[in-house]
Write a protein that binds this ligand. Sequence first.
Ligand SMILES: Cc1cc2nc3c(=O)[nH]c(=O)nc-3n(C[C@H](O)[C@H](O)[C@H](O)COP(=O)(O)O)c2cc1C
Length: 270
Amino acid sequence: MKILIKREQSKRVCFAESEKSRTKFKQIALILMSLLMVCCTKDDEAKATTVQETGKTLVVYYSYTNNCHEIVTSLTSQIQADVMRIEPADKMQKYEANNYAIGTALLNAIKAAPNDAASYPTIDPVSITDLSQYQNIIIVTPLWWSQMAAIMQTYLFNYGAQMAGKHVALIVSSHSSGISGVVADAERLVNNVTWMGDALWINASNHGNRASLIQDWLPSLNFANGTTAIKSLTPDPSRRGEGSIYTLSGQLIDNPTHGIYIKNGKKVIL
Ligand SMILES: Cc1cc2nc3c(=O)[nH]c(=O)nc-3n(C[C@H](O)[C@H](O)[C@H](O)COP(=O)(O)O)c2cc1C
């Protein structure tokens, strides 16, 4: 009996011993595998090619008799931009009636108290209320009695402050009058911006050539750049496994702080 018990005990000891060595073997194998994986994941480092993309552009315009609308159509066939048309709240107004008396009265009210919101004719709510996504804005407006059309003045009175820091350009449509008064109105209503090139004047005699006038004018505009974007990532064998860190805009960085970066072509959080 005693012999049987002893045999049973030694069997259990043997089993426990072999279980122990199996676990140890598994641990060693795991360590070896992870070491192997670390060695193998030392890929060629990725080299980023970046491009500066032109910032987003908004074309904002008012048009009573659709000349500015036609100008905007020509403009947006040549550049990529979002477009917003400003509309007066009162659609029945005939600004040209009584020898343009209504248009004149609106302008006189603004002139009398340019800092008072009540001086400006009401416009419909605009479709884009937050301009923060745009780096460039092109304002297209008619001229009324050598000034900026009152409806566009309302828009700029309400939203001009949001244009601060942006690149802004101006196109003015008139029958024949020069546009210096409209430029002055724009400068009064829109401050702290970088004016792009000279304002483009399109009048009745050259309205038919608007496409080529715009084409000639566009290169004079210094459009603001938007974000730097990564165009492509290519392996760079010369930096194999060095693990350099790039910003999301592709700039090599030596001492990264906390944030999201690119390492070996993959996004990493440090
Ligand atoms: C109230 C009012 C006043 C205007 N005053 C002038 C002016 O002083 N000189 C001029 O050359 N054109 C004047 N115009 C004509 C417009 O500037 C011109 O027709 C412009 O192309 C209109 O643009 P739109 O069709 O986009 O509204 C006036 C038009 C209106 C409605």
